[in-house]
Design a binder for this molecule. Structure first.
Ligand code: ADP
Ligand code: MG
Length: 335
């Protein structure tokens, strides 16, 4: 990731993006007056949330690039969804797959998930679909019976994903769920496609996971706003030229039972939603890793953030909340 420049050049498009699931807000402040360069923007439902794409390209190619980004998003939405008729859902239903026949997308997600799991004491767990279902996220969130949580936990975790020769198999009832990495990965894929097709600059945001960048000539600097997890205001403005910003938090997908907040980020050690972390923002080179790391740090808190290898991120911001509701910001690294 290139370091952020502090000054914003004229001729740049400045984007303020509130990274939130349902309410990504894009405000265009200045547009290049070069007629040959177009900025196009699209917002569409993807992976159970919304995706926003911005592409800045030559006017002849900008439309094609944007529609190709959209097609790729639809393809990945289908293939990587836990349900439906795509590749991941087929693997979950059959309970096995030949590793040599996995798509490069699923292969990447599996390998990256294994890696992130290995450096986060298994707090990042892509084999927790049964537990996610037990809690009813996202459509019917509710407090389950503790016996159901114990039962779902017994078929969750990477111990239930076995490899023998060329065959990957799942324990009976185990469900792979890449919900904590697929949005970031899809953002990376769509961004890379735009740049390969000649976009001078592009930004892709999917449910709060952002990948953006631009070439030296187009010189884009993206200004991204990270939301305060306990208010409607902006907590932090981040300026980057090229890289990813991923945010996980307990404030987008949650319910209350009495005073207790239950969010959709689950702790594989207990089977219950994480508590004590209100939000985590990771700024790093690619959105797939940022997405997965933000989820893992949401579960493990500052301890997990402290133990991550420096090489994987530029900056991590953790907002913790104690039992009295007092909120504290902690950070590691810099831009
Ligand atoms: P968001 O969807 O708000 O960006 P995350 O990236 O943290 O949030 O992903 C949360 C989703 O990931 C959950 O809805 C669930 O499907 C899955 N998940 C929940 N807890 C974990 C975990 N500990 N490890 C991996 N995936 C998880
Ligand atoms: Mg995530």
């Amino acid at each position: 990731m290139r370091p952020a420049r502090k000054k914003i050049n004229s001729g740049m498009i400045l984007v303020i993006l509130l990274g939130s699931l349902a309410s990504a807000l894009l405000v265009r402040i200045f547009i290049s007056d070069n007629d040959k360069i177009l900025e196009l923007k699209n917002r569409t439902p993807v992976l159970g949330t919304f995706a926003t794409y911005i592409v800045i390209a030559e006017s002849e190619s900008a439309g094609l690039i944007l529609s190709s980004m959209d097609s790729l998003a639809r393809y990945l939405d289908n293939e990587l969804g836990v349900y439906g008729d795509g590749e991941l859902s087929g693997l979950n239903m059959r309970g096995y797959a030949l590793i040599s026949e996995l798509s490069s997308d699923l292969d990447y997600l599996l390998k990256s998930s294994l890696f992130i799991s290995s450096i986060t004491d298994s707090l990042f767990d892509p084999a927790m679909g049964a537990l996610v279902n037990t809690w009813g996220f996202p459509s019917d969130p509710h407090l389950p019976d503790s016996a159901d949580i114990i039962s779902a936990l017994s078929i969750s975790g990477l111990d239930n994903v076995m490899v023998s020769g060329d065959t990957l198999s799942l324990s009976s009832g185990t469900i792979l769920d890449f919900g904590a990495i697929a949005k970031g990965y899809t953002a990376d894929r769509i961004y890379n496609l735009a740049r390969e097709m000649g976009a001078g600059a592009a930004l892709v945001e999917i449910g709060g996971e952002i990948r953006c960048g631009g070439d030296a000539e187009t010189g884009r600097l993206w200004r991204l706003a990270v939301r305060n997890p306990r208010g409607d205001n902006i907590m932090e403005m981040i300026e980057i030229e090229d890289g990813a910003v991923a945010t996980s938090g307990d404030y987008e997908n949650y319910f209350f039972d009495g005073e207790q907040r239950y969010c959709h980020i689950l702790d594989p050690r207990t089977g219950y939603p994480e508590t004590g972390t209100a939000s985590v923002t990771v700024i790093c080179a690619n959105a797939a890793f940022g997405d997965a790391l933000a989820t893992a740090v949401s579960v493990g808190g500052i301890d997990t953030a402290e133990n991550l290898p420096d090489s994987l991120f530029n900056l991590i911001i953790v907002v913790t909340e104690d039992v009295n509701g007092e909120v504290t910001e902690w950070r590691r690294g810099g831009l």
